[in-house]
Design a protein around this ligand. Structure first.
Ligand SMILES: Cc1cc2nc3c(=O)[nH]c(=O)nc-3n(C[C@H](O)[C@H](O)[C@H](O)COP(=O)(O)OP(=O)(O)OC[C@H]3O[C@@H](n4cnc5c(N)ncnc54)[C@H](O)[C@@H]3O)c2cc1C
Length: 358
């Protein structure tokens, strides 16, 4: 196989453990990357390119009718994305000017425009990670206060490097559990649960907001990706491959390495994964990371009039509060499809079956 470096900052195999093995844990991997030879600065744009004239005009892209029409499921995407190199560079510039200083705090807030949203551009090659790395380093060099935020941002690019490295050395990452013990995990065959999750009708507002954001824009905030993935694989115990397949079909940044590494990380079956028993509480996550409820209210307008106190747990709202907010649970918005504590316990019991600690 011949490689043409450009997709990554560090080619797979260029940063290995002392024994010459691939890293399976992120922190030492990234530490080693940070002391390795830094990525080369991006080349300047050429003044001109001597294109070969095509033999004949051929088809235009429109001739191929690749855009969805029946239905046009990408109708709203134009508001959110500007595909191509110019759009990618504008996005990077805006992020560096307006958000990178607060990245360390804001990156976990789905209600804020606090991350770069470069993922589809990095995936499609609209912009190279070397360009992003170089531009971010310049910000860090420019004023000291930003250095911590820039480091955090570079570490996220580092997770991308780590995922690609894993996929390169373990090419079955998209199909098989990285940790073989998970092969015996008693996943549930819950088609109704999966459909409720896919369509944003689980009755848990943060989870539903994320899935609706995904459907409408092709994107979901990273914090919410973790919460929704945890809900599917733990509260519903549906196999991570089902969620991975849904994200693959719907994400504008769908990327084999990042997606399967992300799903296996959340499910607990991956390299350096979150332990399976770390089960996100979707109510607490909503209250913590969307404290004013702006994200949930945007994506679930039927709950917009609920007071903050009940926004992430409408089933606890007294009847008069639901009535004042114009919400009838089960009619305007679903009742929760599982009860958090019971689902959590069932997930832990299932995990006990593969660890022998029931
Ligand atoms: C279950 C799950 C599935 C995911 N699927 C994908 C996917 O298909 N494609 C994808 O690009 N990312 C995926 N991610 C990672 C992450 O959610 C997105 O990269 C991030 O939300 C993109 O937003 P951003 O560009 O604003 O990120 P920023 O916070 O601005 O980060 C900058 C860049 O770093 C990279 N990055 C950030 N976080 C991660 C991460 N956790 N893992 C790997 N790379 C990261 C991305 O290329 C991103 O554009 C997934 C995460 C989870 C938990």
């Amino acid at each position: 196989m011949r490689r043409y470096p450009g997709t990554l900052l560090f080619e797979p195999g260029s940063v290995l453990t002392k024994n010459g093995d691939p890293y399976k844990v992120f922190t030492p991997f990234w530490r080693a990357c940070r002391v390795a030879t830094p990525p080369k600065a991006p080349l300047a744009r050429p003044d001109a390119i001597a294109w070969q004239e095509p033999p004949d005009a051929g088809d235009t892209l429109d001739d191929w009718q690749l855009r969805p029409s029946k239905p046009d499921w990408a109708a709203g995407w134009g508001e959110h994305w500007e595909p191509g190199s110019a759009g990618a560079h504008r996005r990077l510039q805006r992020f560096l000017e307006e958000a990178i200083d607060r990245y360390a705090e804001d990156r976990d807030r789905p209600d804020r425009d606090g991350t770069s949203r470069l993922s589809p551009h990095l995936h499609a090659g609209d912009i190279s990670p070397r360009t992003v790395w170089d531009a971010a380093q310049r910000v860090a060099g420019g004023h000291g206060a930003a250095a911590k935020a820039v480091d955090k941002f570079l570490a996220e690019l580092g997770w991308r490097e780590f995922s690609y490295q894993l996929l390169s050395f373990f090419p079955t990452l998209g199909a098989k559990n990285f940790k073989a013990d998970f092969d015996a995990f008693p996943w549930a065959d819950d088609k109704d649960g999966l459909a409720a999750w896919q369509t944003g009708r689980t009755g848990y507002p943060l989870v539903d907001a994320g899935l609706r954001e995904l459907w409408a824009t092709g994107y979901m905030h990273n914090r919410v990706r973790m919460v929704t993935a945890s809900f599917l694989t733990k509260h519903l115990r549906v196999h991570w491959r089902e969620g991975e397949a849904w994200f693959w079909d719907t994400l504008v940044d769908a990327d084999m390495a990042n997606n399967c590494a992300g799903w296996q990380w959340v499910a607990g079956s991956g390299a350096d994964a979150a332990p399976y028993f770390r089960i996100f509480n979707p109510v607490a996550q909503g209250e913590k990371f969307d404290p004013d409820g702006a994200y949930v209210r945007h994506w679930i307008p039927e709950l917009a009039q609920l007071p903050d106190k009940y926004l992430n747990k409408p089933w606890e709202a007294p009847a008069h509060i639901l009535e004042a907010a114009g919400v009838v649970l089960g009619r305007d918005y679903p009742a929760p499809i599982v009860e958090h504590k019971a689902a959590r316990q069932a997930a832990l019991d299932a995990y006990g079956e593969i660890t022998g600690k029931r």
